[in-house]
Design a protein. Structure first.
Length: 255
């Protein structure tokens, strides 16, 4: 269960925007969204050399903006989540194609590239979500003619999912303090997880009820167009990140 707790704790940390006096935190959300789009394109469509280049650039940005410990913890959690599937594909490839040196090298290289693609996507979204206020993302998308009702709906849904994960972790810790232990064996362990089900359903219903009442009291959706107090401005950091993104795109296309 220690691995599960680590994964839950890192998933909850994805929702925690922490401002730091770094240039990346002051970058316009559009520049970060462009970086995410280019990173996703490289991770999905490009060759392994382009993926490794994007991984190096994103890892440097992530360590600068989030810190080495947080980046390492998030990356480790992602690798742990995908480890069973990767192991299954790896063993299946060896069994189907035969246990030879060439097959072993080819399967290992393919698995490594696949994991690198996953880490590239995770790091790009981490840079966007952990260094940008959700309100800023919503304002930018609303100015792009996306109705703010849908924009804030998506933002609140993502936030609510992570809050529920935090609630589940808290309920699990309270149950352990009160003497509920996780038994050994797969079936017994699945049955013990059912003890989390009822408290989680009650917590989710309470959260949804509070959120709906709060939105209704504040007149959310009353007018089709809304105004904003704050406006994101373009600065030198935005130009630098856009230039880095364009340069990364051109280099990967030329390689």
């Amino acid at each position: 269960m220690q691995v599960t707790e680590l994964i839950l704790r890192n998933l909850v940390s994805l929702s925690r925007y922490e401002y730091r006096d770094r240039a990346i935190h002051r970058v316009h959300p559009v520049a970060k969204i462009a970086l995410v789009a280019v990173s996703l394109g490289i991770a999905i469509a490009m060759d392994y050399s382009d993926v490794l280049l994007a991984l190096a650039v994103l890892a440097t940005l992530a360590v600068y903006s989030l810190g080495l410990g947080r980046v390492a913890s998030l990356t480790l959690s992602v690798l742990v989540v995908f480890a069973p599937m990767v192991l299954f594909v790896y063993l299946y490839s060896l069994v189907a194609l035969g246990f030879s040196t060439e097959v072993l090298a080819s399967a290992t290289a393919s698995i490594a590239v696949a994991l690198a693609r996953i880490v590239v996507m995770v790091l790009s979204f981490s840079i966007l979500l952990l260094t940008t206020r959700p309100q800023s993302i919503a304002r930018v998308l609303n100015r792009a003619r996306v109705p703010y009702v849908y924009v804030y709906g998506v933002v609140m849904a993502l936030r609510l999912i992570l809050v529920l994960i935090s609630d589940m972790q808290e309920i699990y810790m309270v149950q352990r303090i009160r003497g509920l232990k996780t038994p050994k064996g797969l079936v017994s362990r699945i049955k013990s997880y059912l003890a989390l089900f009822i408290p989680m359903v009650i917590s989710a219903l309470n959260r949804a009820d509070e959120l709906s009442l709060s939105l209704e009291l504040k007149g959310f959706g009353y007018k089709p167009v809304r105004s904003y107090l704050y406006v994101e401005e373009v600065g030198l950091a935005d130009i630098a990140l856009v230039s880095l993104t364009i340069g990364l795109l051109f280099i990967t296309l030329l390689l």
